[in-house]
Design a protein around this ligand. Structure first.
Ligand code: SF4
Length: 306
């Protein structure tokens, strides 16, 4: 239905918008996070890696321009295209003075062939001043904002030490929606504090919201995280590949067809990943999702209802 896929992929959507393959360049803007600098917490979310979930990014000590240059070189070995989105991925990319944010975002936009910006942040870091800047950027370029929600359940949020509640997510959602700014929501599958039913409640909640896109991640247990210690002590159940694929297909069936699927499986650095090791074979996971949808004769939105 979306070229050769049974779900609405980001690749499909960006090709439709820009007319060719669009490549995301991951950037470390040099920011921190209120859940790490002591404002909300100092140990971060329980699963957060040392690089603030930006493990494949360039060195944060080099300029945005040079990071973009470096990333373009890396990506040119994989793809032949000159259309790029600068993706501010590591830590919380709206957690700084508006002046500094403005400088970094505009530096990225001034680089050759950068056609848009993707900015990952936390809902509690979208205030009126930040919103004003985002609104301005949205009028000038192709912009989307990524929000790490992970789960709608406040008890899960407590377990993962997310440091904000669902009401704060809803407030940020309304602010961004009021300015027609595209939102992408991150959710984690396989959290130890949650049942499959609870996870699917989160999917149903998101499917009723006007979000532009969604990223699903299998929970990764990475070295040197508090989750790794917790796993060591409690040896909680890690989903098998088949269980994960089934849950992803159930999720796709529940999602509105207009919701763009940015990711169905995460990238864990081989040297850092403790579990689940099956996620390292990303292509196999994706092809098994396709197979499962075919065998169900199913597709995104099959079970969607408002
Ligand atoms: S909000 Fe993001 S950067 Fe901050 S601690 Fe959580 S995962 Fe890490």
């Amino acid at each position: 239905m979306w070229n050769d896929k049974r779900y609405h992929t980001l690749d499909y959507e960006l090709k439709k918008i820009f007319g060719e393959k669009t490549i995301k360049l991951s950037i470390d803007g040099g920011f921190t996070c209120p859940n790490r600098d002591g404002t909300i917490g100092s140990r971060g979310c329980i699963f957060c890696s040392e690089r603030g979930s930006g493990d494949f990014n360039s060195d944060r000590n080099i300029s945005i321009t040079n990071q973009i240059r470096e990333q373009k070189q890396v990506m040119s070995k994989k793809w032949r295209s000159n259309t790029y989105i600068a993706y501010f991925q590591s830590y919380t990319n709206t957690y700084d003075s508006v002046e500094n944010l403005r400088k970094k975002f505009y530096e990225a936009l001034s680089c050759t062939n950068i056609r848009g910006l993707a900015i990952a942040t936390r809902p509690d870091c979208i205030n009126e001043q930040v919103l004003e800047l985002l609104d301005e950027l949205n009028s000038k370029t192709f912009l989307w904002i990524e929000l790490g929600l992970q789960s709608i359940h406040n008890e899960t949020a407590g377990f993962i030490r997310r440091g904000y509640n669902l009401e704060q997510f809803e407030k940020a959602y309304e602010l961004l929606k009021s300015k027609n700014i595209r939102m992408v929501v991150h959710l984690i599958v396989g959290l130890p504090a949650e049942s499959k039913e609870q996870y699917l409640e989160t999917i149903k909640y998101i499917s009723k919201k006007e979000v532009w896109g969604i990223k699903l991640h299998m929970l990764h247990v990475l070295k040197n995280t508090d989750l790794a210690d917790y796993y060591d002590k409690n040896n909680f159940n890690i989903l098998s590949r088949d269980e994960y694929i089934n849950i992803v297909c159930d999720s796709l069936e529940l999602l509105n067809q207009s919701t763009i699927i940015h990711r169905l499986t995460g990238d864990g650095k081989k040297s850092e990943l403790i579990e689940p090791l099956w996620t390292l074979d990303k292509l196999k996971v994706l092809s098994d999702i396709d197979k499962e949808l075919r065998s169900r004769d199913s597709y995104q939105g099959k079970n969607f209802s408002l």
